[in-house]
Design a protein around this ligand. Sequence first.
Ligand code: AMP
Length: 139
Amino acid sequence: MNDCVFCKIVKGEIPSHKVYEDDDVLAFLDISQVTKGHTLVIPKVHYDNFLATPKEVMHKVMDVAQRIGQAQMLRLGAKGVNILTNVNKEAGQSVFHFHVHVIPRYEKQEGFKIEMKENNNLKDLSLPVLAQEISKELK
Ligand code: AMP
């Protein structure tokens, strides 16, 4: 993809602070560090997002994400790690080349918070019907 910023990083047209590289996967520091060591892991080949990425490629990216999380714990003194990927703008995706955020967490780290609050408007949902609806696609 010609105008994709992460493709440009893969091609070396834009500088990055590389953390890891192999034939298929690249990892580099996020330019906006939400915590110290915040790293992005991407496939070198362009796919728009996690859901659009072939399974074998996705597995390679997740394998590297796991290793980077382990390295952040061992080398940066992180006490925890958030591993997340956004799919589409509604979910907060701003760069449309699949990437996994590996965000180390420290004892009193500011700047990053995930909050999951129960939505009271959904109290009447039928969970059995909902579960069945999703699982239909998985048969
Ligand atoms: P998302 O919102 O999940 O699509 O995340 C995209 C991430 O890419 C953001 O956290 C940006 O800070 C990061 N980003 C954008 N451009 C660059 C760049 N040139 N180098 C490193 N990180 C970047």
